[in-house]
Structures are given as C-alpha cells and as structure tokens.
Design a protein around this ligand. Sequence first.
Ligand code: HCR
Length: 384
Amino acid sequence: QAGEAVPPAQRSSWASFLKSIASVSGDLSSMTCPPFILSPVSLTEFPAYWCEHPELFSAIADQTTEEQRTLAVVKWFISTLKGQYTSRNESMGSEKKPLNPVLGELFYGKWPDLNGRGETQLLVEQVSHHPPITAYAIENKSKGVKLIGHNAQKTSFSGGSIIVKQIGHATLTVQLPSGGVAEYLITLPRLRIDGLWYGAPYIELSESSWIISKHYVCSVEYKGKGYFSGKTHSFKATLNPAPGLGGSLGSHVIEGTWHTTSKFTSGPKSGLEFHNVTGPKEEVTAIGGQTSGEMGDFETRQLWKLVAKGIREGDFDMASREKSKIENDQRQRRKDELAAGTKWPLKHFVHVDSDPTYEQLGKLGKISPSTEDMYVFKENWPPA
Ligand code: HCR
C-alpha cells in the first residue's frame, strides 16, 4: 500500500516530496523531506565506506604479481559496496537522506594498525556546495596504498524510481617494492532508488563500472532481481589483460552478490570463493583534524552536532532551527566573499580541469566521458 512505511502524520508531506522529485531533477540534496526520511549523518562521512575492511585495503600492497594485485584491488572494491549502498537500510531501516554538507566541511578519521596491516587515514573535504562535490584521500602510509577521489551525483526520476548517476572517479595507487607505482582508475556504478512508493527506499546498482590499470581492464556489471542470477545486488566482474598484454596474465570472471559472497566462474581459479562480506565490518574512528587533536567548527560531527541530535532524538524543531543557523551562516559567508571579491579557499585539494590518469587508463576500457576534472590532494595532512 502507498506510504505503508511512512508514519501516518507524514504521509501527505511524503506524497508532496515524491511529486516534487518527479518534476525537479538534477540535485536532490537541497530538497526538503519529511522528518522520517532524514539521516543524522552528513555525506562527508560516506567516503569511510571505502575502508570498512582495512585489511583488504592494505592487502593490495602485499601481492607480488600484477594479476594478484589486480584481484586484490577488485576484491577490496567489491567488498566496499555493501557498506556504500545497503548500510543505511541495516542501521536505520531504509535508505535515508543524508545531511547536505556545507562548502569546506571536513571529516577526518582513521582505522588503527592491527595485525601488522598498518594505520589507514581518512580525510574528506566538501569542495563544492552547488553542485555538492565531496573529495577524499584514504591512505595507508606504511603499506604505500592510497585512494584519491571525488564524487557528485546527478539525479533524475524514471518509472517511480530515482536514478542517480555518479559523477567523479577515484584513483588507487600502490608503491611497488621496485620503486614504481601501480595506478588503478576506478569508476562508479549507477544507482536506482526503489521502494519510494511505500516510503521504504533502498538501492539497487545498475549498468557497469570499471577498474583499469595499464595491465588489466576489469568491468563490473550490476544487475538486480530477475537478471543474470535472479538475485538482488548481483554482479559479474570480468578481468582481461589490457590490449596487447595477453601472455602470462590470466583472464577471470567472478559472479555473485556484492552484499554477500561471490566466486570465480571462469579462469584458473574457477569454483573458488572470491569475496565474502557476511562477517563484521570495521567502522572508522572519527578524529579531530586540528593540531591540538580537537575538532574544528567545520568538522562534520562538530558542525552538525545539534542537528544530528535533533534528528536522532526526534526533536525536529531543534534540528530544523540548528540547520537554518548553519545555512544562514553559509549564505552570509558567500555574500561577504562576493563583496570582497574572494573565494572560499579549499584546504586539502586543488581543482584541475583534467586528469591524465583518467584519460590514459580510461581509453583502455573505452569509458565515457573521455575526460573528467579532478581534485588533486595537497598531501598536507596530517601535519608533520
Ligand atoms: C544518492 C544519495 C546521496 C549519494 C550517496 C552516494 C552516491 C555518495 C558516495 C558514496 O560513495 C556512495 C553513495 C551511497 C548512497 O547510497 C548515495 C545516497 C543514497 C540516497 C542519497 C540521496 C541524495 C537521498 C535521496 C532521498 C531519498 C532516500 C528519498
């Protein structure tokens, strides 16, 4: 039944929200939603999902051949999808609308060194507000593995679902014992948000994404219920040596469901398990980014503290009052900058119009668009 999962008092505002998304497409982030669908977590915290399995991230550095390293990158990538796309359903009952970060919002975190895997650090900065763009750097310095990326979303409405095209990409680099660096270009899947009619949104992934290095081209195709395996959250990863590199590099096909397990279905390891995320995950520890170790006013959990408290405790008047204070402060800052002819300075990233790694590796997978902008990490954190 329509609105079944919506608290009765919020059904009419949910219906108006659905009507408005059908007509306003592009950016959902600033739309007003009924309280039941609000999440107390800002989008700047989402890049932490890339490292819910820090041991898989660090294991990339422990591989000795290109083939093993590529398989380790694909295994880490597939293992991040459960957190990225289903964790709000698990923790909050359905997909929710995250807090819309302000320009310059920051989030710092880490995963500790356990069992010799080394510490992994996370840094996130909101580098644009309109449209919302989030840049991140995740690094395990002792292992020499680093992920730099940014993401934005373009939304549209089709057949009762919200379609989210992810814009942006990530590059994973690994320092090799030989002194060289292996680079992997990672592109992002398309999302379909279903279940809106009932007020219980959830995500299914569609189309494909790529992981490309100069040795391997891996496409990951996503399908939901009723396609290749008939199961929700299905994927099929096909790894082939880059053009001209056949020889000693093997091809592999891996199939399964990204929120549970998968196995090799073709190639030398056929029949063996590939990934398994049915066990526990490891949440990031948020840390203060200031030299004193404290959180500054622009750090996510400090900035949104009272709004998040209001949402968690059901005090939506407080949440909305505190949110308006943040928004008014932002409006004033933009006005002042305009009057002074200045621009908000990014703290950790520099925007550039094109990314040579994306262009060169992207050609191997024939990905589109053929060029994308990027946010170069200034490598200025943590302070020495
Ligand atoms: C689309 C989405 C905001 C963006 C979120 C992204 C794409 C952000 C980057 C992460 O790496 C992966 C990721 C996961 C989320 O699933 C995705 C969010 C899901 C919903 C949210 C919309 C802006 C909110 C729509 C409101 C609905 C729930 C009614």
